[in-house]
Design a protein. Structure first.
Length: 457
């Protein structure tokens, strides 16, 4: 059949409070035009993030009832451990309350001032955790990944030649590890090919560097490999996942994405010395090593989610539903990151609003207007998020995007049709939008808590 349906039935619903544009004008003004500061009750369709916003399954809710809250050695931890190791067979597993905690622990232990961490593209918290140690977060995505309009099956790939040059110029002693983000969130949710993972591993082996994977959306990346990479169409997704991680020495993971859970994450690795130090850091900041800041019921929910996320019917629906939105707004002329990513549709705000210069944050202006027009909350991923350098200078980001991240198993096709209608309506009136400025900003991760205003106000 041509129609791809949701491979689930809905057993529980919650109401959406409908708002008017007049109401939303007040709400966003009171929030200083920062969508993170809105009350979620004042949002109709919340596409701010796919992190922790999944609808959990009946099986996951049932698993939570078996959660054991023992402080140490809970059976919930061992069910969680077994589920992780079934996909990612690293020697040492350290649970955390979410992905950024895993990043913080890892980089606190391994990164030192004046060192560098190469990656295809760091996401915001990854970059901030690297820079908090005085190290540099260096992005080395392929050239095609910097141009939203170009079609390429694996725009998240690491630029292998650039990685080799970077290591040679920087010196191995100044690089504690290399990372790959799958899928590449800041680069438009674009996947990394298995060939590129192998090539990155080969470079790391040649220079004696560990390779870590930012694994938040590993299942979606594996599905893209199955769909697009020669030799993988007949391989089960679970085998593709295992091969991906066989090339790595460790990973950071937010279970709030492809763990299909509302909270949780982990850090995994093969280096025993690092693992001992990371566990000690975990106990200081998160909790004991068999719960890591999570309840037993959370660990059980993640364990069940990890089995469900590699279901191929689910992944087929997941990727198709994202592509559905991308296709319809693109056909209306809206410039987007092509091809569609796995977890989100990324609007090219710089092309959408060519009259607004990057340092006036076209992505933020567009994100605010989508909320005003239809109550849709998206997220700017561009100069507001990444333009501020560690030395305090500001420069345009590679791209100015607005991410519409689609929560897993949460919205129906009618909700997505509404999103298409709102986006295309704003596009028809795009010339009316104005640039924005920071009224107040913190020194790091300014997009979370900064205050905005319009440039002429």
């Amino acid at each position: 059949m041509k129609t791809i349906i949701e491979p689930f039935r809905i057993k529980s619903v919650e109401p959406i409070r409908m708002t008017t544009r007049d109401e939303r004008e007040k709400y966003i003004k009171d929030a200083w035009y920062n969508l993170f500061a809105l009350h979620s009750d004042d949002v109709l369709i919340d596409l701010l993030t796919d992190s922790g916003t999944s609808s959990m399954s009946a099986r996951q809710w049932g698993a939570m009832m078996t959660g054991d809250e023992s402080y140490a050695g809970s059976p919930s931890f061992y069910r969680f451990k077994s589920a992780v190791e079934n996909l990612m067979p690293f020697k040492y597993l350290i649970p955390t309350h979410q992905g950024r905690a895993a990043e913080s622990i890892l980089f606190t232990v391994v990164a030192k001032e004046s060192q560098s961490i190469p990656n295809n593209t760091h996401f915001d918290t990854t970059r901030a955790n690297v820079e908090a140690q005085g190290a540099a977060a260096v992005d080395l995505v392929i050239e095609e990944g910097k141009h939203p309009e170009l079609e390429h099956p694996f725009k998240g790939n690491m630029d292998i030649a650039a990685l080799e040059r970077f290591i040679e110029e920087t010196g191995v002693e100044n690089i504690p590890l290399c990372m790959l983000t799958v899928t590449n969130n800041s680069g438009g949710g674009q996947p990394v090919s298995m060939q590129n993972i192998r090539q990155t591993r080969a470079v790391c082996d040649r220079f004696g560097l560990p390779l870590f994977i930012d694994a938040c959306r590993f299942a979606e990346n594996a599905w893209f490999i199955k769909l697009r990479e020669p030799g993988y169409s007949d391989k089960p997704v679970i085998e593709i996942v295992r091969e991906m991680f066989s090339y790595a020495d460790g990973c950071t993971m937010s279970a709030k994405k492809d763990g299909l859970a509302n909270i949780g994450g982990w850090l995994a690795m093969n280096n025993e010395d690092w693992a001992v130090q990371c566990r000690n850091r975990l106990i200081l900041t998160e909790g004991f090593s068999t719960y890591g800041g999570l309840s037993g019921r959370d660990l059980d929910a993640i364990a069940a989610g990890l089995e469900e996320v590699v279901d191929e019917d689910y992944l087929n629906y997941r990727i198709a539903s994202t592509a559905y939105v991308a296709r319809h707004i693109s056909e209306a002329g809206v410039p987007i990151m092509k091809p569609a990513g796995g977890h989100a549709v990324y609007i090219d705000a710089r092309s959408f609003l060519p009259h607004i210069p990057p340092l006036q944050y076209p992505g933020q202006s567009l994100a605010v207007e989508l909320y005003l027009e239809g109550g849709i909350r998206g997220c700017e991923i561009g100069t507001a998020m990444f333009g501020l350098r560690p030395d305090g200078k500001e420069e345009p980001a590679h791209m100015d995007l607005v991410r519409l991240a689609i929560p897993r198993r949460m919205y129906t096709q009618a909700h997505m049709d509404y999103v298409v209608e709102v986006v295309t309506g704003v596009y028809r009136n795009r010339h009316k939008l104005k640039g924005m400025k920071f009224v107040r900003q913190p020194p790091a991760l300014r997009h979370f808590t900064g205050r905005f205003g319009y440039v002429e106000d």
